[in-house]
Design a protein around this ligand. Structure first.
Ligand code: PGA
Length: 253
């Protein structure tokens, strides 16, 4: 079965509410004229979700996602947002992004719990994993990815796993302009698929969408996605420039 590429724009905390709505409007107008065969998702800040949802209403080419979710469904968690609250707004949600992990003590077990809570509420999790610069220098990439994947796979059944999207984001490549060599990404993607195959079988592993993220731009996107190394891209900085994001989506399709 041919997998549709998935292109996700992570707008981070870059835009005002007005600018978020404007960006959604521009993207909407631009995709109408383009033939993009992949799934396109944009992830604004929580506060911009209702306005962006409104801008995207009535079209099917761009879906809406959130940037983070708490692992619990409700409770005394000041400043946090739950899957229960997001379910009426989004179809997708990034989980365990390294920028968020670096600010909190969120562990891989909690990332898994958040992903599974999202699934229970009909939202597809985009789960971020990846090694730090230090782990890379110490040649610990394989160890890190294997550990993160084994925690994700430990209590996850086949049907849940079928709803996962994994985003391999080397932390040192995020926002630095230092995208890795595509061959290195290919090795990690293969490792992730092997670990999934071992847990649930080859077929399910083949079906899993694995994205690449970290300094993706209009010049390098096709070397990761069109070259079939990854099944899509998680795009940060370049995703707030509508022309560039649409070019990336086209190149990946
Ligand atoms: P970047 O961010 O494209 O700006 O490197 C990617 C991400 O944070 O997901």
């Amino acid at each position: 079965m041919e997998k549709k590429p998935l292109i996700v724009g992570n707008w981070k905390m870059e835009l005002s509410l007005k600018a978020s709505a404007q960006l959604a409007r521009s993207l909407r107008e631009m995709v109408e004229e383009e033939s993009i065969s992949g799934d396109v998702v944009v992830c604004p800040s929580f506060v911009a979700l209702p306005a962006v949802k409104e801008e995207l209403r009535g079209q099917k080419k761009i879906a809406l996602g959130a940037q983070h979710v708490h692992w619990e469904e409700r409770g005394a968690w000041t400043g946090e947002v739950s899957a229960v609250q997001l379910q009426e707004l989004v179809e997708w949600c990034i989980v365990g992004h390294s920028e968020h992990r670096s600010l909190t003590s969120q562990r891989d077990e909690q990332v898994r719990q958040a992903a599974n809570t999202l699934i229970a509420h009909g939202i597809t999790p985009i789960i971020c994993i990846g090694e730090s610069q230090q782990e890379r220098q110490e040649d610990k990439t394989v160890e890190k990815i294997t550990n993160q994947m084994s925690i994700l796979l430990a209590h996850t059944d086949r049907s849940t796993l079928a709803r996962y999207v994994i985003a391999y984001e080397p932390i040192w490549a995020i926002g630095t302009g230092l995208a890795p060599d595509p061959d290195d990404v290919a090795e990690v993607v293969l490792l992730i698929r092997k670990l999934v195959a071992k847990a649930v079988g080859k077929e399910d592993a083949q079906r899993l969408r694995i994205l690449y993220g970290g300094s993706v731009n209009e010049n390098n996107a096709d070397s990761f996605v069109a070259a079939h190394i990854a099944d899509g891209a998680l795009v940060g900085g370049a995703s707030i420039h509508p022309k560039e994001f649409i070019t990336i989506a086209k190149k990946c399709s």
